[in-house]
Design a protein around this ligand. Structure first.
Ligand code: ZN
Length: 101
């Protein structure tokens, strides 16, 4: 029986030959592939990511929050693939909502 981790492990080197992978993507993927008893704490890891999601959802139960979805026009989406610009949008949005409180 195959696990997602095993499928990725079997094909990771071939994938690297055919695709450009950013350093942080490679770091996270290899961290996940080497996860064992010591948690890698990667969100893409099927075991650690599940634990992370479970902890996150448990915190939501005890700390009610409001959830806001920001939708941007399609012509802006390529621009927002730049993490600095996306971060600026998120900070501006957070500041806007904090002004309402
Ligand atoms: Zn892990």
């Amino acid at each position: 029986m195959y696990s997602v981790r095993q499928i990725i492990k079997d094909n990771w080197k071939l994938f690297l030959k055919k695709h450009n992978v950013l350093p942080y993507q490679r770091y996270e993927m290899e961290k996940m592939l080497n996860c064992s008893r010591n948690s890698c704490n990667s969100r893409i890891c099927s075991s650690c990511g599940k634990r992370y999601a479970d902890n996150w959802s448990n915190q939501l139960v005890f700390r009610p929050r409001q959830h806001v979805v920001l939708t941007v026009p399609s012509f802006l989406r390529p621009i927002l693939r730049d993490w600095n610009k996306l971060s600026l949008l998120m900070q501006s949005s957070r500041n806007f909502f904090q002004c309402l409180v």
